[in-house]
Design a binder for this molecule. Structure first.
Ligand code: GDP
Length: 498
């Protein structure tokens, strides 16, 4: 079952429960059974689904609810929380906060080409958009051109950076860079280190990994960058790496399937997900079949991986997270989906579940904010994502400052159809809150009172909080979009439509 269908089935079950005249044990059971069926047909693991059902029943305890309690709301909230718990695989060992200097070290196991340097800038860019004071330090003296690349990316994103062409002692560079930016009271100092290979133990010493860690007075967070295109090796190496270094969070790169190598890489990505499925089914950290497997077996696994990917996006997501937890005991926080600065997905369970149940605008809104304000970036993205025949009309509407909920919905639907953000985007994102939109359309979001919000929530099978959050997100988006009023619309020729 595709992810959007799964979300629709769960949302429908909740809506049916909300529409019942009296919410009793029988209605609750019917709702939970519907949800279970949907989760199981999306390859949800039986014990997770069963636990979810039992937990909701225990929390809601329908017979013991005193009169006057809003049962529908309590049940909806319990289901939402349990779905979040099912997907939530923990928090990073450290979460940086604005206003307090944090040092984050990026590491990976492949010497070059895993997407680490690109991701350092993307991570910085993401926080910069939220108004943080950022800095990048290049402590990668192994790869030729690493400093130039970071410098180029940092300059493009207007982020201060530190590095040296001539200094070979990377510990010295890292310490100097971090000290410099600490004095400038940066919120986040990101240190890009050279790649390491777990089998070359000596390299750890050569590249002074431990020294680097200690000299930086133990960075607040060590982020492990895992290249999805290397398949099973990513898992093995991540596991070995965790034994040497206290990894606190994971970022998976090249999930777009467009990485150099094309089909082969897509296959290995499918293969990796197959291994994840295998690992999660076994509950162990190692794939026993693969050990010593022949080339023929591997082809078999690749095909099975593709089949699994094709039939269950939902479990692909869950399994990816489980792979990370099993290998490194750390959650995946970002997924990298392309070479461009804004091509990444922040993995956050609550917005994801909100999306699953139909409040896609909240998730989209957050994404949209990541590139609002950066006009050249916005236009670049606009040209890449919006179908070219729809660009003039969309620009026209934006320039008029128009941003009704229906217009935004249509815009995001179009963007989704393009699929340019890669398979992961279409897997993670969507927009199916048609019912909520229908209800909202007849109301003016500006004069929405509590009873209206409750009516809309009931009518569309959503939580009150979700409607409120969506309205808030809408207001923010409308505010951002109103700034586009008067936007100079380039002529068709000048727009260089592709
Ligand atoms: P590093 O050597 O580990 O620092 O890797 P780089 O950041 O230099 O990335 C290597 C190449 O992969 C570059 O050409 C990047 O543009 C490209 N790249 C990085 N991340 C992604 C991604 O998510 N998808 C795709 N398709 N390419 C990526």
């Amino acid at each position: 079952m595709a992810l959007a269908q799964l979300g629709g089935a769960i949302a429908r079950a909740i809506q049916q429960m909300s529409n019942a005249t009296v919410v009793d044990e029988k209605v609750l059971n019917e709702c939970l059974n519907e949800i279970n069926r949907a989760l199981l047909s999306a390859d949800g693991r039986f014990h997770l689904v069963r636990d979810m059902q039992n937990n909701v029943k225990r929390i809601v305890s329908i017979d013991h609810l005193a009169a006057g309690h809003n049962k529908r709301r309590i049940i909806q909230q319990a289901i939402f929380n349990e779905l979040c718990n099912m997907l939530d695989l923990g928090k990073p060992s450290f979460t940086p906060k604005k206003g307090k200097t944090s040092v984050i070290m990026f590491l990976c196991i492949i010497m070059t080409g895993s997407g680490k340097t690109t991701m350092c800038t993307k991570y910085a860019f993401y926080h910069q958009k939220k108004g943080w004071k950022l800095a990048l330090v290049c402590a990668d003296n192994f790869r030729v051109g690493a400093f130039d690349q970071l410098k180029q990316n940092a300059t493009k994103a207007k982020i201060p950076f530190y590095g040296s062409y001539t200094e070979s002692d990377l510990v010295k560079i890292a310490v100097e860079g971090v000290e410099t930016f600490k004095k400038e009271n940066c919120d986040l100092i990101i240190v890009d280190t050279s790649g390491h290979h777990k089998q070359k133990a000596a390299l750890f010493e050569d590249t002074c990994l431990y020294m680097l860690r200690d000299m930086l007075q133990k960075p607040d967070l060590i982020v492990f960058v895992m290249d999805s295109s290397i398949g099973q090796a990513a898992f093995d190496q991540a596991q070995a790496f965790k034994q040497s270094v206290p990894v606190g969070a994971v970022i998976v790169t090249k999930m777009d399937g467009h990485a150099k190598g094309g089909g082969a890489l897509t296959c290995s990505r499918a293969y990796m997900l197959w291994v994840c499925v295998h690992v999660s089914l076994n509950g162990s950290g190692y794939d026993p079949i693969l050990k010593g497997s022949s080339a023929m077996n591997i082809t078999g696994y690749i095909l099975r991986g593709i089949l699994i990917l094709g039939t269950s996006d939902f479990m692909g997501y869950v399994n990816l997270c489980q792979l990370s937890i099993t290998a490194t005991k750390s959650p995946v926080i970002f997924i990298d989906t392309g070479e461009h600065m804004d091509e990444f997905v922040v993995l956050d369970v609550k917005p994801f579940v909100s999306w699953l149940l139909g409040s896609g605008l909240i998730f989209w809104g957050k994404l949209f904010h990541t590139f609002m304000g950066d006009w050249s970036g916005f236009m670049d993205k606009f040209h890449r994502m919006v179908p070219k025949d729809q660009q003039p009309e969309l620009l026209q509407k934006l320039s008029e400052g128009k941003s009704t909920l229906r217009f935004l919905n249509a815009m995001f639907q179009n963007i989704l159809k393009m699929g340019l953000m890669g398979q992961v985007f279409s897997m993670l994102l969507g927009f199916n809150s048609e019912l909520m939109l229908k209800e909202l359309e007849s109301s003016n979001p500006k004069i929405m009172n509590e009873s209206r919000i409750m009516r809309i929530a009931r009518g569309s099978g959503r939580l009150d909080g979700e409607v409120m959050e969506m309205l808030e997100e809408y207001k923010q988006l409308a505010k951002s979009l109103s700034k586009m009023k008067g936007l100079k619309i380039p002529t068709r020729g000048a727009m260089n439509l592709r």
